[in-house]
Design a protein around this ligand. Sequence first.
Ligand SMILES: [Fe+2]
Length: 259
Amino acid sequence: MVIDRQKIIEAFRDYVSAYNAEDPKIKLKIDHTYRVASLCERIAAGEGADVELSWLCGMLHDIGRFEQVRRYGTFNDALSVNHAEFGADLLFCEGLIEKFADGLSEEELGIIETAIRYHSVYRLPEGIPESRLSYCKLLRDADKIDILYVNCMIPPKDIYDIPEEQFKTSEVSDEVKQCFLNGTTVLKSLRKHPADYLVGQVCLAFEIEYPESRRIAKEQGSVEKILSFEPENEATAEWFGYMRANIWNIIEAKYNTNK
Ligand SMILES: [Fe+2]
């Protein structure tokens, strides 16, 4: 696939210029978009997928975020709309895709739409055609790698609006520990103590599917940064030590047995 990246970047800049880039929340989404696009490109190169098409999926994946925050004043999907579906609808039902790229084949359009529509679902639905599935996984991996990055850039007290001291003295719920040991993500409903949120953040790494994605995530070091938290609670400190020592083994064991 051949695309004019400069034209797409300009169209993206033009599109987001209608929103307030001074607002740190909007700026965060713009920066996230560029990082996810370049992660998609790297993963695609390592996994043998179409690099240009993957980059384009990354550039457009969160397009729904801008209109979401303008209309509803929040990035919280539960309080507004599913931003992934909303973005896919803006692009493919309301014709926004034409602003970014023309001359795409039906197949390419189908891949981009499916990858964007399902990039944030907990589990991909059954029945996605094989030709689209790899782009869905690739985009989801890129998004998760960058969420890990953002999580280690912003102090937890600011993300969750919980005083730092409460993280330090927090225990970790047994159910949340079990998620880590099982190599699964932590459902929001299971998080009871402040430190549970940190365990929840690193458990996102269990969902990174492609070997190339895991290689990039490892190189980026976000998991280690999140786990470098030093609790004052003795049992929690011991648990964080355990997670630091074992997380990559648990991740690799999960994918080696699944394949
Ligand atoms: Fe998203």
